[in-house]
Unconditional design. Sequence first.
Length: 584
Amino acid sequence: MASSVGPGRSRPRYRRLLLLLLLAGISGPVSTVSEPGKWIVDIDSKKLKKDAEKESSFFHFRKTLFRNSSIHLKVLAQDCPSSPPVQLSVSWYLRNSQCYNEIFNLDSSQVPTYFGSKEVLIEGGSGFYLLHHYPNISCQGMKPDISQFRVDPADACPTQLKPLQASPVDSKSSVRRRRDASHPKPKPAAAGGSTNKSSSHVDLVAETWEDGPYILIIKVQDISKNSASGTAPWSLQLLVSMKGPHGFISATEWPLMVFYMVMCIVYVLMALLWLVLSACYWRDLLRIQFWIGGVIFLGMLEKAVYYAEFQNIRYEGLSVQGAVVFAEVLSAVKRTLARVLVIIASLGYGIVKPRLGALLHRVVAVGLLYLIFSVFEGILRVNTAEDDVVLLAAIPLAVLDSTLCWWIFVSLTQTMKLLKLRRNVVKLSLFRHFTNTLIFAVIASIIFIFWTMKTFTMSKCRSDWRELWIEDAFWRLLFSTILLVIMFLWRPSANNQRYAFSPLVDEESDEEEQELMVNEAFEGMKMRGTKNETNGTAKAPKVDEDLKWVEENIPSSMADVALPPLLDSDEETQKTKFEMSKME
């Protein structure tokens, strides 16, 4: 069976606006491969004897390459019998296409058809090809000859593919336009640029002639005379590498690596700014501002891990699988924390209400559920090449994400109604800006989804492969934009407490709100007045009643007994003053 080493990492496209996804019926995320730069191929006698005339002897490798990128092929290790030696027939076929999906959606069963083909097989798939057959190679002993596959690129000039014989009339102009764009044969560039490289690289076999997606197909056959009766088992290990002017990184992921580098710097600046503001106003920090700081830290760490992964591919040619999984888990945690942040902000936590109460358990449950689904989908997307399995994992995440979107906007509506009733202009303005930001994010997401559907999903020939990096970068940039707006709205400042929950003001507002709600509820109803009179006479105040009770129940003799000491006290005071005047 034809094989290709290195599973791809597909990126989610339509997961952000999940309700729209479900309504539109999108079949799932489009796979864009995290393309390695090196492949190790193990070939043995058992593999070739299964079916030497069919797919089992073909090995294909796909990558988007820059112009003048070098392709290398060498033997890493071999274990062949000394006598008689194993005779192998080795040939390779290099082809490029203007259609990205022709190369990267190629099924393994179609590889034998493509090998040696000299014609355009799909509409718009114009390009060039190289075909090279080696003389019979003898595999003997355990010491490989690393230069036995070397080919001078100056002797290998690409040949243009023949156009389709029968093509629709309305599509002739587009096919001719694409063919004319790649019509000049890059013979001088391939020959001149390979002079120095061929002398320094003993395993160089070919050089690319233009930017675009390439496929390399290697055919290996055992042509030993006694192969039918069975020879001693043998094995061969080949190393295939493709290196461009920027290292082993592919042409589609080079701008994405630069994007992650810029975003990493931006997140570092955001973290430093938030840390300085928090240190200056640490006494008045709100609870929600700690959540914002956590999201910034996770975003900075996520961008750093992704950038390190691309750097490893650039210099080593291979991605570290553990680092990729860690980056996906980190991204899932960050997205979960960000959604919880938006939920508690829309509920008015720390601003309208001091605590979430019964809603806290619901928020925690939804956050954990989203984290589990997100981690599960991310790991499957990294480790599984089957689109059906990835789609099956993405559907629950899409449903949950659409539910969260609905919950957020409902909560924002209720919170803004409450602030209008309380006549809190400052907090109401804050939530209006926050709502407008989320509405902008939704509209931008819808526009981008339709653009990607038109440009990539519904296109039979993806000629704009240079724009593939935007598909992943857009969602990262949109997330960072929303985070920047949240940082600006909830930034630590000297007037921080004007956004905080104030019990006295809010309790008075609650009482006014309850009275207003009662009045609105009973508006139009005739209320009975309370009866303030008994038998036509008004009730006397309570103090008058107490005085009247004292006069009626306390005898006057008790007052007469209490008065003499008071009188004696006055007389004694007068006598004391009289005696003092005499002394003066």
